[in-house]
Design a protein around this ligand. Structure first.
Ligand code: ATP
Length: 249
């Protein structure tokens, strides 16, 4: 009997997820009191994600597409564990490395070198492992002589180069990238793309948010389109890009 191809083992499972934010309409105790006297609402709630169900497997490179405010970063933060869903559940299998905000996880008063140790430790590496990979991390980042400078003096591109380099030198299983590559220059972006392809070929999972459609078309095979907190398309990346172009914000 011919063998049918097995679906990839899941790395991320998102089940019935809803994320609600509270929007406050008052700024002070006085305003709140006046609003209460006038029976006006002091806050309203807003569903940034409505009811999301999806599974991402090993060796999958998935792009999360959508216009501003559609819920992409919120979904990535739920997968990274920075946020918790109000309903449903998010399960991940393996080590998750997230590049979600430029400079996040970096301490401004510490040098690049100290931040490499801090970040790599947060991502689960031991001191001996970091010592062994330190030179490679610095070389990939191209930070050079600035490695002993406090990172508050780094440009945003330098932050991202160092953070990306630390992340890819850890034993990660899932790499989350939110738009941060956009601040790297073209040669560095090319290097990151090559590294990401290598990681995916080795069975790692990529979940990337980007408005750079040509980059995601090159890197990803699957695309998810979010619109106003709803998943409106999940399929081949080229079709996902066409769907995105066809919808309004
Ligand atoms: N902490 C928060 N409190 C209130 N509302 C929030 C909060 N974080 C996000 N939102 C709102 O949730 C919605 C989704 O935001 P999110 O950042 O996930 O969108 P996005 O698709 O990543 O947008 P962009 O393309 O602009 O980065 C937006 O309307 C945003 O204003």
């Amino acid at each position: 009997m011919p063998r049918t191809s097995e679906p990839p083992l899941p790395r991320i499972i998102i089940e019935g997820v809803r994320k609600t934010y509270t929007l406050r309409h008052t700024h002070s105790f006085k305003e709140t009191f006046v609003a209460w006297l006038r029976r006006k609402k002091v806050s309203t709630s807003f569903d940034a994600l409505q009811h999301i169900d999806l599974t991402v497997g090993e060796s999958e490179a998935v792009a999360l597409l959508g216009y501003n405010g559609s819920g992409k970063s919120t979904l990535l933060k739920l997968v990274s564990g920075v946020l918790r869903p109000d309903r449903g559940r998010v399960l991940t299998r393996g080590r998750v490395a997230g590049l979600i905000e430029v400079g996040a996880g970096f301490h401004p008063d510490l040098s690049g070198r100290e931040n490499v140790y801090l970040n790599a430790a947060i991502l689960g590496m031991s001191k001996t492992e970091i010592d062994a990979r330190f030179d490679e991390i610095v070389e990939f980042s191209e930070i050079g002589e600035f490695i002993d400078t406090e990172v508050k003096h780094y440009s945003s591109g330098m932050f991202v180069r160092l953070a990306f380099s630390v992340a890819i030198h850890t034993e990660l299983d899932i790499l989350l990238v939110d738009e941060v590559l956009a601040v790297g220059d073209a040669p560095f972006r090319e290097k990151c793309k090559a590294k990401i392809r290598e990681l995916v070929a080795a069975g790692k999972t990529l979940f990337i948010v980007s408005h750079d459609l040509s980059m995601v078309a090159e890197l990803c095979s699957r695309g998810l389109v979010l619109r106003r907190g709803e998943l409106v398309y999940d399929g081949a990346i080229d079709d996902a890009i066409d769907q995105l172009k066809a919808i309004t914000r």
